[in-house]
Ligand binder design. Sequence first.
Ligand SMILES: [Zn+2]
Length: 494
Amino acid sequence: MRVAVASFEYEGNSLSLRVERRADFVRIGIHEGPAILRAIEGRDLALTGGVHALRDGGAEVVPVFAAKGGAGGHVEDGFFHEASAQIIDGIAAARPLDGIYIAMHGAMICGVEKDPEGAILEALRARIGPATPIAVSLDLHAHVTPRMAQAAQIIVGYETYPHVDAYRTGACAAGLLLRAMRGEIRPVTRIRKYNAILPVLGGATLDDAPMAHVAAQARAIEAAGRALSVSYFPVQPWLDMADVGITGLAVTDDDPAAAEAVAQDILDAMWARRRAFELPAMTPPEAVQAAMSMSGRVLLIDTPDAIGGGASGDAPALLAAILAHAPQAVSALCIVDPAAAARAFSIGEGAEAEFAIGAWQDRRWFTPVTLTARVERLCEGSFTYRGGPASGATARLGPSAVLHVGGLRLLVASHAVYEHLDEHYAACGVDIAACKLVSFKNLMNYRKLLGPGTGFIALHGPGGTPLRLQDVAWENRRRPWWPADDMPAPEPIL
Ligand SMILES: [Zn+2]
């Protein structure tokens, strides 16, 4: 059995101004041919899990192309076409093949192509013909489209958020592919979708969270033998497209009607819990004042500027609130502002100057905050993730500066990088253990830092990843949709 493998992973966001080009993907990782296998070994990636499962099943793996971005606005059309051609041409050139496995995020957007994964899979299917099975693994926040489900017989989404099961998901998709190649099953994938989007902040699959119950139901359906695989997609909500909505998905053995029924059941399980996704949040000034009256360390979660959701990471609203309401509190805050970092480099360590911080890329909601600070440290901000989906990967904040103002260590980075724990702070010598207030621009990983003596407050407000989805001036969503409209019954998209 010969299986071509590829990956193209990126999470888009219609509200973000970021445009990701080849260089942005190169920073996280682009690999071709056998170099892919070396790059993914020892990682917790879906592609790694898929490759291991295929080899364990006796298949010959033909690595074609792998590109991993983070999250941001849209992928520049030129790079999208270049990457998709490398995947499609590379797989076509690898024939004869018995199967294909591709790891995708599933919520990519481009300038022109609004369904990039669907376009790649449809073109690939047209090129290789109907016989060769295609398996795809997706992120839990994927925007799954009918084109994707039509072109790929097998689609499997992550089960967990925080995402800790990318490897398992890739192995699961590859496992079904092996069974299909051996002729044991004839998999079909079906999706069902409602016109509803849910706050990412409330989407954990931990403990008693609403998605934990949805996950348990999916596993029970599989255990009962109603489907080969069941996935649920609360979806990346910051996509301004009419067909974006929560999605149920099922893979069955040659039974499309059963797949539709299971997809419908798991979709209804999400819909039934939609109100439980709403979590309390405060404006930045409210949050800083409330945190100062709490005991212990408080993590301030800047949900509207979440880098992992595609925001630019340059919103200075929380910085302004700390300077106004707790200027002497020992605190740490990281913000993206390459111009301010460059200014710090130009004046050097130990020098004091006036800086205009934040709203570097995105001035739709904020203007820069002016402050006088001392340059405490200059660094290149490289670090290796100590866990999570990017475990073992190296990230680069780029030229970065730690500015000291009052009790605040302000880490000014050149690039927006995915936050896991406090690796980015530690890389620049900022010790968050000693802090009363610590700012994070992620929506889930901060939970790993909670515990005795450490609490959190989530913020709400304008930004590239706003918490309150009903407050956004969407151009393309069709009414009625949840949560803007409190519909008595769900509105199907599919
Ligand atoms: Zn995700």
